[in-house]
Design a protein around this ligand. Structure first.
Ligand code: BDP
Length: 742
């Protein structure tokens, strides 16, 4: 008994001390968790987190900004002021003393003087006066300058218009967010492209075509009575990166959006976006006059059709006085268009452009056209159709050209239309949503993809005629300029379906502002604002982002292969895809593998697509030896034993590329796992899980493609490289009827 008692007591006290230990451990764990998770984040705040800056920077920033001199007398200036307050109170914990009167004497250091050049004209200061005469700022540019007033240091953010002030404010906050010095600031920034635009492929039932971030953020059913506060955050985020235009609806359009019931809803969204400098556009279905107007035809030459569009445009401007215009997909993939009436693409575009002109609106007419009746190489068709129309479009038409000629592939050479239409404003269409790049779960930073295209030299007016200079209008003096990105935004809490896909939205906006900017620098500022300024984190993460696109190209479509994904949904590998309604929707059409070799012959021996480029580019791509290996199989059908620059035969090189892609993802995972202490638990974990998915799927791509192409090459794998994990039949049997985004 005693023993039992003693034992029991001992047990009790052991249990107690164990409990105590457990409690202590729990408290400790909680403290750690709290420290780590202090700002458990779900990604909603994007790059506008405004976390407190490190103490080392705090005093200099507080000294530099003590007082706000700003007369926020317009809705745009009001949002600029509230963003400044929000930003500075988060970053510096400072509440600024505000003064409305710009002429008030500055009596100490640290005035932040914000306003339009005109509103600041009451200042008698010479430095401010100098800026007042600066006409180069245009409608949206701004200056941020360190100046002296009455021997006191001050910073001025000024622009010709309110929206320029707003952009300047976001830039100024970015400087503090990324811990930049505010001494001797002398920044002049002017957008290079007029329309910096998102294209939402959002349907009215909230399904997002090729969307991987939940439903559409536009809640059409509840509009206009319920205006989701999220629209304001959407506007803030876009304005912070200079986006000034948004097309709310899918290019595969429904006419009903042009009826009063929907125009009221569109107006409600436009009202929210307006103070942020964002213009709303809609997609227009070419047969709308028949579908909602009860006309018998949609022929652009028909007087009734012309009158119908005129009235419709007038009506739209009554709802939305600053309406931007229409985006149109016509005679492409089953959409109706002018060719249904024997008219040209230009006739169709001009039909809508004419009534918009009086209101300052534009038509954005897509060049993504190809036809199955046309036996020619799909890559050539847009050029063949549009180049003869150069000069035939009204001057408020922008022809929007996809990157690239096939369809937003992981890698394509630049579209031959760039540089080939000097008399037509050409705009760029990038895809931000990753339809062909692993959806939301693959970490693929698109900045390097965009930069590769924008910096490509078209040689259309000699060396240096880059795509960037075509679309910023400087090469041909285009009247209108536009860079559009197919949006990756949805109703997911983190907006884009994954944390790293926010970077693709971000870099798109920043490059639209300046298409010659560096994608690495943009990635760096994004990482600093989105995660942390700690360089132990920033450098490896930026390196990982910069390498990520090449990794995806390698495990999906190396050496110039393209369009090899699963049918319809475009999820995962499908190099065996054949048959179906049209050849150019299959993979075999593009890879053309046979026992001799692989690749699409687009040289003069084949489809001669190379001839669509300017002579120096055409000559480079015509020749197998001078074609960059990254485009080899895009332009040539190459024997399996062709010797590559590495000295390896093509087959071995191809397999190595697939393998390198997987290895790069393994490396990305390792990098991420070494950085857990710098990231809040929530975001860390999701990114980590997504990288695991990416690794699994990269392996799947590698193995499925190798298994398939080996049936043609009939060659062994290079020594040391693992064979596919499953049989080809297994990969071919996989079905994904519910893959998202279809
Ligand atoms: C393809 C998409 C399809 C779009 C089409 C387009 O798969 O969903 O409708 O492009 O851009 O990439 O019109």
């Amino acid at each position: 008994m005693n023993l039992f008692k003693i034992d029991g007591l001992a047990n009790v006290s052991r249990t107690k001390s164990r409990r105590l230990l457990t409690v202590r451990f729990l408290v400790f764990a909680l403290i750690i968790a709290f420290a780590n998770n202090a700002c458990a984040e779900d990604g909603y705040d994007l790059w506008l987190r405004y976390q407190p800056v490190e103490t080392a920077w705090l005093s200099s920033y507080r000294h530099a900004v003590t007082q706000l001199v700003m007369n926020a007398d317009s809705s745009t200036l009001k949002v600029a002021q509230s963003e400044l307050r929000r930003g500075l109170s988060g970053l510096l914990h400072s509440k600024l003393i505000a003064s409305k009167d710009p002429s008030k004497e500055i009596t100490r250091d640290g005035a932040l003087i914000v306003g339009t050049l005109q509103s600041l004209s009451t200042f008698r200061n010479a430095e401010i006066k100098a800026d007042l005469s600066d006409e180069k700022l245009g409608d949206e540019g701004y200056v941020i300058r360190a100046i002296h007033i009455n021997n006191h240091q001050a910073i001025m953010i000024a622009a010709n218009n309110d929206v320029g002030v707003l952009y300047g404010v976001f830039h100024f906050l970015r400087l503090i967010q990324t811990w930049q010095s505010l001494n001797s600031l002398n920044i002049v920034s002017v957008p290079h492209v007029q329309l910096r635009m998102l294209n939402h492929w959002d349907n009215l039932d909230r399904h997002v075509e090729r969307g991987y971030a939940g439903e559409s953020i536009w809640d059409w059913h509840k509009l206009p009575d319920y205006v989701d506060p999220r629209y304001t955050d959407y506007a803030r985020a876009n304005a912070s990166i200079g986006i000034n235009a948004t097309v709310l609806t899918n290019v595969n359009a429904k006419a009903i959006v042009l009826t009063p019931m929907y125009l009221e809803k569109v107006a409600a969204i436009a009202n929210v976006l307006r103070p942020y400098g964002i213009h709303v556009f809609l997609t227009a279905r070419f047969t709308a006059p028949m579908e909602i107007g009860e006309l018998k035809t949609a022929d652009p030459m028909d007087a009734e059709v012309q009158a119908w569009w005129r009235d419709k445009v007038e009506e739209i401007y009554r709802y939305i006085p600053d309406f931007g215009g229409f985006l149109v997909k016509a005679n492409s993939e089953g959409q109706p268009g002018p060719q249904d009436y024997g008219r040209t693409q230009a006739d169709g575009a001009n039909l809508l452009a004419a009534p918009l002109k009086a209101h300052g609106g534009v038509v954005i007419w897509r060049a993504f056209v190809y036809s199955q009746e046309q036996p020619d190489d799909r890559a050539k068709q847009a050029y063949n159709e549009f180049v003869p129309l150069d000069g035939k479009f009204n001057d408020n038409v922008i022809v929007q050209v996809k990157n690239g000629a096939i369809d937003f592939q992981p890698r394509e050479p630049f579209h031959p239309l760039f540089g080939a239409m000097p008399k037509t404003s050409l705009g760029m269409e990038f895809q931000i949503t990753k339809e062909y790049l692993g959806f939301a779960t693959h970490l693929v930073y698109l900045g390097s993809l965009y930069e590769e295209t924008l910096s490509s030299d078209t040689y259309s007016r000699g060396a240096g005629s880059t795509v960037a200079k075509v679309i910023d209008g400087s090469l041909y003096g285009y009247k209108h300029t536009c860079m559009a990105g197919v949006s990756n935004i949805g109703s997911d809490r983190n907006w884009t379906g994954s944390h790293f896909d926010q970077a693709n939205w971000y870099v798109f906006g920043r490059l639209a502002w300046n298409p010659s900017a560096s994608s690495r620098e943009i990635a760096t500022e994004w990482v600093r604002m989105t995660f942390t300024n700690n360089h132990h984190f920033v450098k490896p993460v930026v390196d990982m982002m910069m390498a990520s696109r090449e990794a995806a190209v390698n495990y999906m479509t190396p050496l110039g292969l393209h369009h090899q994904m699963g049918k319809g949904h475009h999820y995962g590998p499908g190099p065996w895809v054949a048959g179906g309604p049209r050849a150019d929707w299959t993979s075999v059409y593009y890879h053309r593998a046979d026992e001799q070799g692989i690749g699409f012959d687009r040289a003069s021996t084949g489809s001669n697509a190379v001839a669509q480029y300017a002579p120096p580019v055409a000559a480079q791509f015509e020749n197998l030896q001078t074609t960059p290996e990254k485009f080899l199989l895009w332009f040539h059908h190459v024997p399996w034993n062709y010797q590559m620059k590495s000295g390896r035969p093509l087959w071995d090189e191809l397999v190595y590329h697939y393998d390198d892609g997987v290895k790069a993802v393994i490396e990305m995972r390792r990098t991420w796992q070494s950085l857990s202490s710098y990231v809040d638990v929530q975001r860390y974990a999701q990114i980590n899980d997504f990288l695991a998915i990416q690794q699994k799927e990269a392996q799947w791509w590698r193995d499925a493609c190798i298994a398939y192409f080996q049936t043609f090459s009939n060659r062994p794998l290079p020594v040391g490289l693992a064979p596919p994990q499953h049989s080809l039949a297994y990969y071919e049997s996989l079905q994904f009827p519910y893959a998202p985004g279809q």
